[in-house]
Design a protein around this ligand. Structure first.
Ligand SMILES: C[S@@+](CC[C@H](N)C(=O)[O-])C[C@H]1O[C@@H](n2cnc3c(N)ncnc32)[C@H](O)[C@@H]1O
Length: 468
């Protein structure tokens, strides 16, 4: 019998063989942690092709399980208990523009005294924050108290000079990938709210709440408003702009063909109408519009967001056939002749009652042939899926199915969906759902799932539903 230790190391070893063989076939080397991150470089692009990404997923899953296996159990659990400090440290770095400052310093980096003087912080405290991150491979400590960017820290680079980054928070994320904006949201509102999850879940007055206020966000940030209302409050303009930018990060992390490869957009007749419901800037529709210029598009969102959306399309796709609609998710759906409604990252923002209301509103406006394409994380059970959802066409690539001895859901390689789930609970009393709970939710609102797609290179699954 091969021990689990040996099985996990064999999985890592065979996956490394795959990656090295694929890279060698291109005359490339896998990017080093010491490189600076350039998402357009041949090696970074190749690191995301499906065969390499799948081998990388196995390595992350097996590496995480191996680490859990060999850690002293007591140490493992107490380390998990204080990981919120990783997020707190990251917040310091993104808010103070340290990645930008270190980019200007070059590969040798900067002494922490210099970083602290430039960012008006205490040098000794800052060294502790940077060392914690460097120990997680974000930054390098090149010699005692000297820190430099590396592949992971430079993924947070907004591309601005440090002076510009600090001078104008409103412009800080303009033209950037949105990753730093997303980390600011996660480690700002997200981290503050996360500390209240336990109270929310255990107090008798909120334990079974389906409300959208009096949730962890309200305690963490100190407001009685929902997060949407709070972002609209005068004085919170930067926080709202930062959130909108953070949503772009999801698109920048995706391979464009991920959106294009699931639902068959090419199967729509020319002139078909695609509605990006609560589309934010309309980034999903913009990817489809780039590949299928014969389709018509509508982007719907709240008034202030629609203004940003118009500017985004004018800058990126000035010739697209697109209209903009101000609408309310819970009011009447204004577009009644849609061929496709897209809902990306929307249902997870709301508890069940609200989700059913918005799905019913779409159902009432839908034609018999209208399709609903939902793009969201699908939470996978940490064991074999024995629910009826297994039988949905396409579900086999979506439910747990990792090779032994890995956890069936790929363990830490699927970590982001479980973390996002709790972030949704903290900020919105929302949730990331399993395929079975999506099926149940849609059924309540008059929709039936007809197919699901799991596209390599995307964290989002696509759930296609039709009216019943
Ligand atoms: C998480 S973002 C997703 C945006 C977009 N679908 C994407 O994936 O990039 C949620 C969107 O819902 C919009 N929203 C929230 N409440 C709304 C409401 N009551 N009516 C219309 N839109 C709303 C927000 O303005 C925001 O753009």
């Amino acid at each position: 019998m091969t021990s689990p230790l040996r099985q996990l190391s064999a999985l890592i070893s065979s996956s490394v063989d795959v990656i090295e063989r694929e890279f060698a076939s291109q005359g490339l080397s896998y990017p080093s942690l010491d490189d600076f991150f350039d998402p357009t470089s041949h090696a970074e692009v190749f690191a995301r092709v499906p065969v390499v990404a799948e081998a990388a997923r196995l390595i992350v899953a097996a590496g995480g399980q191996l680490s859990a296996l060999v850690h002293p159990p007591g140490l493992y659990v107490i380390e998990r208990g204080i990981t919120s400090f990783d997020a707190a440290a990251l917040n310091v770095v993104v808010v103070k523009g340290i990645v930008e400052l270190l980019r200007e310093a070059g590969p040798k980096g900067l002494h922490v005294d210099h970083i602290a003087a430039k960012t008006r912080m205490d040098s000794a405290k800052l060294a502790r924050v940077l060392r914690l991150l460097a120990s997680n491979h974000i930054f390098r400590e090149t010699s005692p108290d000297v820190f430099a960017n590396n592949r992971l820290s430079s993924a947070l680079d907004t591309g601005k000079s440090h002076t510009a980054h600090q001078a104008s928070p409103m412009l800080r994320h303009e033209g950037a990938s949105g990753l730093a904006a997303l980390v600011e949201v996660q480690t700002g509102e997200g981290l503050k709210s996360s500390g209240w999850i336990s109270d929310f879940m255990t107090s008798s007055s909120t334990a079974t709440s389906h409300d959208i206020v009096n949730i962890p966000f309200n305690k963490g940030v100190g407001t009685e408003l929902t997060i949407w209302q709070w972002w609209e409050t005068p004085g919170n303009e930067y926080l709202k702009a930062r959130f909108n930018k953070a949503m772009e990060a999801y698109t920048s992390q995706e391979q464009p063909e991920a959106i294009l490869n699931g639902f068959v957009w090419g199967g729509l007749e020319p002139g078909s109408k695609v509605v990006d419901v609560a589309g934010g800037l309309g980034t999903v529709a913009s990817v489809v519009a780039t590949a299928h210029s014969g389709l018509r598009f509508v982007v719907e969102d709240r008034p202030s967001v629609i203004e940003h959306s118009k500017k985004f399309w004018k800058a990126h796709l000035p010739k697209a056939n697109v209209e903009f609609e101000v609408f309310d998710l819970f009011g009447e759906q204004p577009v009644k002749d849609a061929d496709v409604y897209i809902l990306r990252n929307i249902l997870h923002d709301w508890p069940e009652w609200h989700s059913v209301q918005m799905l019913r509103s779409l159902r009432n406006a839908a034609q018999p042939a209208t399709k609903l394409v939902i793009m969201e994380h699908v939470v996978v059970y940490a064991c074999e899926d024995t629910t009826e959802a297994r039988a949905i066409p396409g579900a086999e690539g979506m439910v747990a199915g990792a090779p032994e001895p890995l956890l069936p859901n790929f363990g830490v390689a699927a970590h982001f969906s479980y973390l996002s789930d709790l972030l949704m609970m903290a900020l919105l009393n929302g949730e990331e759902r399993t395929l079975a709970s999506f099926a149940q939710l849609l059924r309540k609102a008059g929709w039936k799932i007809c197919e699901v797609h799991s596209v390599p290179g995307s964290v989002f699954k696509q759930i296609v539903a039709q009216p019943v």
